[in-house]
Design a protein around this ligand. Sequence first.
Ligand code: SF4
Ligand code: SF4
Length: 154
Amino acid sequence: MSTRKQFCQSCLAMVLAGLGAPLLFGKKGDEVKKEEGKEKERKIIAACGITCSECPAYIATQKNDDALRAETAKKWSEMFKADIKAADINCDGCTSNSPRLFSYCAVCEIRKCAGEKKVANCAACPEYSCKKLDEFLAQVPEARKVLEELRKGT
Ligand code: SF4
Ligand code: SF4
């Protein structure tokens, strides 16, 4: 199995590639703003800044979509050179108390640390941005952007 860092990069890459992107095409002006507002409310941000609600594992779980589970398992198996089965693709997101958490995220040190510090995510931590987080964010700059926006309150 490869590292969580690789997992997060790949997960983010897929999110950015649009696997879980909202379908805003064909909408204009106020409608788009409304959709964006709703989307913001629905967003689930992991301790590290990854947007869980755009992660294919999260989407497949919430929609109980076996085709997306199979597709994600295949892609992640290839990316991580690991044997990930469709049945492994079950996740309610980093901040959930649910026992359904993808195995890589279940052992994440950043998630564990945020839990111990009782902060929703690293943006709310007085030690932001610590060495452990910096090392991770150097690999996943999009997650830093998310955390920075949270810190600015945007
Ligand atoms: S916690 Fe779950 S939803 Fe969030 S990045 Fe990890 S696998 Fe995806
Ligand atoms: S110490 Fe670092 S990893 Fe832990 S919650 Fe704070 S910013 Fe996140």
